[in-house]
Design a protein. Structure first.
Length: 313
């Protein structure tokens, strides 16, 4: 078609003054790269080893491999030429400015040059990425230097970040520093209803006889700011409340501290602490009930007899 200036018809491209048909696929004969590039931007026209008689054909340009009818970035190992980061197949590698696949910052090539390994650093040493620094989640790479996050400090050998633990009432920056049952509120503070116990170094429910605000140890109540055993329970020397005779129970162990007592069903079918067969429910001068009798003694004598019987025969 010619008006004022001759131009190529649709579907053709002017190549050195010749209108060459567009739309060539990989492997098709071609006269110009524009024919190939119209189908794939990474395809070029030129002579290849597969071309017959020097006939040019469409093929993938350097850095790309043929995948069916399209050109994809060639997969390259370390030290091989590349066109972009997607060309480099080794994990944590990239296409460097010199066009070669190299390990990313913070990594180095292995001895066999088939993987990229992290370059480990000590606290205080220069770094490129957090993964280089000690401590896992407690370490960081801040301003190019390995350091420990708030609430942690470097170990003596600089290889770890250790938690800086705090006691009740001491200044803190994160909850992890505080004892069990406490929260960091500028200082470590026991949670509502809990009191700090120096023996266990934790915030726990106050034991019998201890000061309280809301909660107490199991089977106890906070009355008048002091923990006392609830009805049906008696205090022990360890500061806990143990079931009394007639109190609900689930196992014999809960009643075993009382001589001649066990956990069984009462007349109503409820499981309570009651006296063993052969013992008698008795009320002491202090008003507390206990089991008196020889039930346990009889059991012991029976066992002794069974052990000695074979020697008598």
């Amino acid at each position: 078609m010619c008006s004022t200036t001759c131009v190529c018809d649709a579907g053709h491209t002017n190549t050195n003054g010749v209108c060459v048909p567009d739309g060539k696929y990989l492997g098709d004969a071609c006269a110009a790269t524009s024919q190939c590039a119209s189908k794939d931007a990474n395809a070029v026209c030129g002579a290849t080893e597969s071309g017959f008689g020097g006939i040019a054909e469409c093929f993938c340009k350097f850095g790309f491999d043929r995948d069916g009818y399209k050109c994809v970035p060639a997969k390259k190992a370390l030290s091989q030429f590349c066109v972009d980061d997607s060309s480099c197949v080794i994990v944590n590698s990239r296409c460097d400015v010199d066009g070669l696949c190299k390990c990313k910052a913070g990594y180095k090539s292995s001895v066999s040059n088939d993987s990229c390994e992290i370059v480990s650093k000590l606290v205080g040493e220069s770094c490129s990425i957090r993964e280089q620094c000690p401590g896992g989640g407690s370490g960081s790479c801040a301003s190019g230097v390995c350091s420990c996050i708030t609430g942690y400090q470097a170990s003596a050998d600089k290889r770890n970040c250790d938690l800086v633990t705090k006691s009740d009432g001491e200044s803190c920056v994160i909850n992890d520093q505080c004892p069990s049952g406490a929260t960091c509120k500028t200082t470590c503070t026991c949670d509502s209803g809990l009191m700090f116990d120096g023996n266990s170094s934790a915030c726990v429910r106050p034991q019998v006889g201890g000061a309280c605000t809301t909660y107490c140890t199991a089977n106890a109540q906070c009355i008048g700011g002091k923990c006392v055993c609830a009805s049906g329970f008696s205090s022990s020397s360890g500061g806990s409340c143990l079931a009394q005779l007639g109190a609900a129970c689930t196992s014999a162990e809960q009643c075993a501290y009382m001589p001649h007592a066990t956990c069984g069903k009462d007349s109503r079918g409820y499981k309570t602490c009651l006296c063993l067969d052969g013992s008698t429910l008795t009320t002491g001068v202090n008003g507390k009930s206990y089991c008196s009798g020889t039930a346990r003694l009889l059991v012991s004598l029976s066992l002794l007899f069974l052990v000695a019987l074979p020697m008598l025969l």
